[in-house]
Design a protein around this ligand. Structure first.
Ligand code: GRF
Length: 209
């Protein structure tokens, strides 16, 4: 699997993928590119440290949405990318790119989707909403990317308990630890060819012996 990771922020999930590849936990995977929309993304620094090529692609640098989408696609093709993982990427992926990578593009979200997802629910806001709702469990979800926010078919999820003493920060930190374990596991399922998408649901085949 020739992977591109899209990240706008610190990139701790990206780092967990780099670490998994370096440990040999993602055997059929090579990270071929890190894409960001901002030169300030800490993820770019992590990529450079790991010897991974980087690309900064900002929508406002283009005359039209289609020119932006074409450049994203050309960049992915130039690096022979066949799978995309969004890891804290703050922009919506243009429709032609979603189409080109349908069933081959995933995102990680810090809640148990479909709860606490959708436009405007990102970062700290997710955990604030979880605490305000008084739910006892939250978690992390890896899902396929479709044309909306956080609505694509769910691949894997892991629950995280909400403690009475939690603040958005303590909860975010606990969920993030889970994300760092879950995301490489999910990518491995794809690399091993064990994921089958059937409409809105995803079937995971047992491991081959
Ligand atoms: C994570 O919580 C992820 O679920 C969400 O954005 C955050 C990114 O964090 N999509 P990081 O940049 O990977 O540290």
């Amino acid at each position: 699997m020739h992977l591109a990771v899209f990240a706008s922020g610190g990139g701790s999930n990206f780092q967990s993928i780099i670490d998994a590849v370096q440990r040999g936990d993602l055997p059929q995977t090579e990270i071929g590119l890190c894409v960001s929309n901002t030169p300030r993304a800490g993820a770019l620094h992590r990529a450079t440290e790991a010897g991974i090529p980087t690309a900064i692609v900002k929508p406002r640098d283009f005359v039209s949405p289609s020119a932006y989408a074409e450049t994203l696609l050309r960049t992915l093709h130039a690096h022979h990318i066949d799978f995309v993982a969004l890891a804290g990427y703050m922009l919506k992926i243009p429709t032609p790119v979603v189409g080109a990578y349908s069933d081959r593009m995933v995102n990680i979200h810090p809640s148990l989707l479909p709860a606490f997802g959708g436009q405007g629910l990102y970062g700290r806001r997710v955990h604030e909403a979880v605490l305000a709702a008084g739910v006892r469990w939250t978690g992390a979800t890896v899902h396929l990317v479709d044309e909306d926010y956080d609505t694509g078919p769910i691949v894997v999820q892991e629950p995280v308990i909400v403690e009475q003493s939690d603040t958005p920060e303590t909860l975010a930190a606990r969920v993030l630890t889970t994300e760092h374990r879950l995301y490489p596991q999910a990518l491995r399922l794809f690399a091993e060819g064990r994921v089958r998408v059937e409409g809105r649901t995803v079937q995971i085949a047992p491991p081959a012996f």
